[in-house]
Each structure stands twice: as C-alpha cells, then as structure tokens.
Design a protein around this ligand. Structure first.
Ligand code: 5GP
Length: 212
C-alpha cells in the first residue's frame, strides 16, 4: 500500500493504583503482544533486580533537572519525594514512525499528557475493591503497614481523577485484564478519527483508479 496511507502511532497512557498489578499487565503487553513501551527517567534508587535503561533511566537529581531545563520531557512530576519523567525523543520518534507507544505513568502525568496530546488514549487499571487492593499490598509482604496506608491514601487522591480516563479496566483475573487492555488499544486505533489519513489515502487512490 502507498506510503501516503501510513498513519501516526497512538499514544497510550496506562495508570492505576499502586499494587493493582499494572506493571505486570504492561510487561505482558510488551512481551506477548509486542507493544512498544516508553522508559521513564527517575531519581529514585533502583530496586533489587532493576536495570538502568530497562525499568528506568536512573539519574541524579541535577541531571534530571538539567533535562527539565533543556525541554527533554513530555511531562514530569514529583512523586513521593522523587522525580519521574517521560523522555520526549523516543515517544515523538515512535509516533512519527507510526508505532503505538505505551506510557505507564501516574495520574498527574497522564492528565498532563492528555492536555498536550488530546488524542492520547487513557486507561486506568483498577482493583475489584479497595479491600482487595489492601489484601494484595499486604500479600506482597514487602511493605510495612505504614507504607500500605500511604499507598492507599495516594489511591484516594488518584481515584479523584479516575473518571477523566477513557477506560477503567478492573484487574480481577490477570489474563482477562491483559486481553481487555489489548482489545481496547486495538479498537481505539480503528476509530474513525484515527483513520482519517488512511481514509484520505484510499480516496486519493480511488480518484486515480486508471493509474493503478
Ligand atoms: P515506582 O517508583 O513504583 O516505580 O513508580 C511510582 C509511580 O510513578 C507509579 O505510579 C508510576 O506509574 C509512576 N511513573 C513512572 N514513570 C513515570 C513518568 O515518567 N512520569 C510520571 N508522571 N509518572 C511516572
């Protein structure tokens, strides 16, 4: 098909409460479905098993602030005393090349992205209930009771903005949740407004059928 029918990639933003399993969902979207994921930068220390350039670009505060001044982020935020930001270059290149890209970021960042990219698809991954979320956080066994409460309080803030998301997907059964997110992304890329360039290309071809 002619190149003129090519379309820009979609920007997909995934957020969700801490402990809801969004990290697992996103990892599986990458490994099982080949989605393209943006790697954020952060000033927080790497956790065990995390690799620089894979989970995050781990940076010193000064380096991060330099990048802010330089305009290197699409969005950035301060979350629990650390900076987190989405580097601009990779996202812009992916969209330009027609590849969809997923950002796994918190709510303020997501709403910030939506302001700059009104076509971005916002997906919020939630838990069946807050009681269930608390059980999952306790079940990890890695967090103190105080940290769990901190995260649940954060969830209270995040819930305020849940209704600004395009889709709210409940992670009850992991496999079902992954498949639902994938379906939502696929359907989204077929929406009329995301197919305008394609439609224009088809019409152009039809206007010249003698030359095909
Ligand atoms: P964690 O420290 O647990 O890896 O991440 C803490 C929170 O920061 C999560 O909600 C995660 O989605 C969010 N986050 C990760 N990268 C970014 C980013 O680039 N921008 C924003 N706004 N949030 C991010």
């Amino acid at each position: 098909m002619a190149d003129k029918n090519a379309k820009r990639g979609s920007l997909i933003v995934i957020s969700g409460f801490s402990g809801v399993g969004k990290g697992t969902v996103v990892k599986r979207l990458v490994s099982d479905f080949g989605y393209n994921l943006s790697t954020s930068a952060t000033t927080r220390a790497p956790r065990e098993g995390e690799v620089n350039g894979r989970e995050y670009y781990f940076m010193e505060k000064a380096e991060f602030e330099n990048l802010i001044d330089y305009g290197g982020f699409i969005e950035w935020t301060q979350y629990v005393e650390n900076y987190y930001g989405t580097p601009k270059k990779y996202v812009e290149e992916s969209l330009e090349e027609g590849r969809d890209i997923i950002l796994e970021i918190e709510v303020m960042g997501a709403l910030n992205v939506k302001k700059q990219f009104p076509d971005a698809l916002l997906i919020f991954i939630s838990a069946p209930s807050i009681r269930e979320l608390k059980n999952r956080l306790s079940g990890r066994g890695t967090e103190s009771e105080e940290t769990i409460l901190k995260r649940l309080r954060k969830a209270t803030e995040e819930a305020e903005d849940m209704d600004k998301y395009d889709y709210v997907i409940v992670n009850d059964d992991l496999e079902e949740c992954i498949n639902t997110v994938d379906s939502v992304i696929r359907s989204y890329s077929c929406r009329r407004e995301n197919q305008m360039e394609y439609i224009a290309g088809i019409k152009e071809e039809l206007a010249d059928i003698d030359k095909l």
